[in-house]
Design a protein around this ligand. Structure first.
Ligand code: AMP
Ligand code: MG
Length: 294
């Protein structure tokens, strides 16, 4: 039975080694408390093997989510430039059925978007029931880059923590499972990655002068991230701080977090799916009986 290995592996690791740091209630968060180099004492090969299992598990859970149609899943990906948001989507979601998944990348707002409240452009991309929505950056930019670069006065962005809490609670009340991931890298690692982009022609397309220009704001971003993480952490919309200096561990940690969050719904989704199947069969039998085809 191919699934048995993963269950044992999963149960063993889940209890003993947390892969991400979870914040599930408001608190004072300090990024320096979390080691971006952390890798749970694992080797790369070991992590890749486990990631392969978890990717299959995720695909399995997605199918149930889609079939049951009772919940939606919203994955929020945040992190500094080069922290690996794109890489995470590529590597962790590799086995996901594209029909049940929608990725939205949020860039600097257009004039039309700026003429509305900050959640207007976000809300229209939240996932429908049965779907997984992935936000590559999100409404959190409105308390991060906006705060750091004073794109709005404090009196405006400060109120947004409450707006975000209310918005996320509303989504959760509508059966949205929220998984918020903050990819945590060190300042040194960021420099290495920016330099690597310059040196490797295959990576040069990702270069953005803006990324270097953001580096002097490192500490201001730290402060903004700490407030956003600590202020908007709740049971229904927890933050996970992902150690992301090692790309291979980051992928594993994210996959593990997704599976761990969705796994408890497996039984419920399976039952909903079975019930739908029973109803469809009963209806079909009725139709066939009426047509004399029974
Ligand atoms: P990238 O993710 O590298 O494609 O870059 C997207 C850029 O859009 C980043 O520099 C973000 O800070 C910026 N951005 C995203 N959302 C907002 C926002 N609400 N206000 C201002 N800039 C934003
Ligand atoms: Mg960028």
């Amino acid at each position: 039975m191919p699934g048995a290995g993963i269950l044992i592996l999963f149960a063993r690791r889940k209890k003993t080694v947390p892969y991400t740091y979870k914040l599930d209630h408001p608190q004072k968060a300090r990024l320096s408390d979390y080691d971006p180099d952390y890798h749970a004492g694992m080797r790369k090969e070991e992590a890749e093997e486990e990631l392969a299992y978890l990717r299959d598990e995720l695909a399995d859970l997605q199918e149930l989510l889609y079939g049951a149609g009772t919940h939606s899943v919203l994955i929020v990906l945040q992190g500094r430039d080069t922290s690996g948001k794109d890489g995470t989507i590529k590597h962790v979601m590799a086995n996901i059925n594209p029909q049940g998944c929608q990725v939205t990348s949020f860039k600097a707002p257009t004039p039309d978007e700026l003429a509305h409240d900050f959640l207007w452009r976000i809300h229209r991309h939240t996932p429908a029931k049965g779907m997984i929505g992935i936000f590559n950056r999100s409404h959190y930019e409105d308390v991060l880059v906006v705060r750091v670069h004073r794109l709005a006065p404090e009196s405006v962005w400060k109120k947004r923590f409450d707006h975000i809490d209310d918005f996320e609670r509303m989504l959760a009340d509508h059966n949205t499972i929220l998984i918020k991931l903050c990819l945590h890298i060190s300042k040194n690692e960021q420099k290495e990655r920016l330099l690597a982009r310059e040196e490797d022609p295959a990576k040069a397309w990702k270069l953005a002068a803006g990324d270097w220009q953001e580096r002097p704001y490192w500490d201001a971003y730290t402060e903004a991230y700490e407030d956003a993480l600590g202020r908007c952490a709740s049971l229904q919309a927890p933050w996970h701080i992902v150690p992301a200096n090692h790309k291979w561990f980051r992928n594993l940690a994210v996959a593990h977090t997704l599976v761990e969050t969705l796994q408890p719904y497996r039984q419920e989704w399976q039952s909903a799916l079975d019930e739908t199947g029973r109803k469809a069969l009963a209806e079909l039998r009725g139709v066939k009986a009426r047509l004399g085809e029974g």
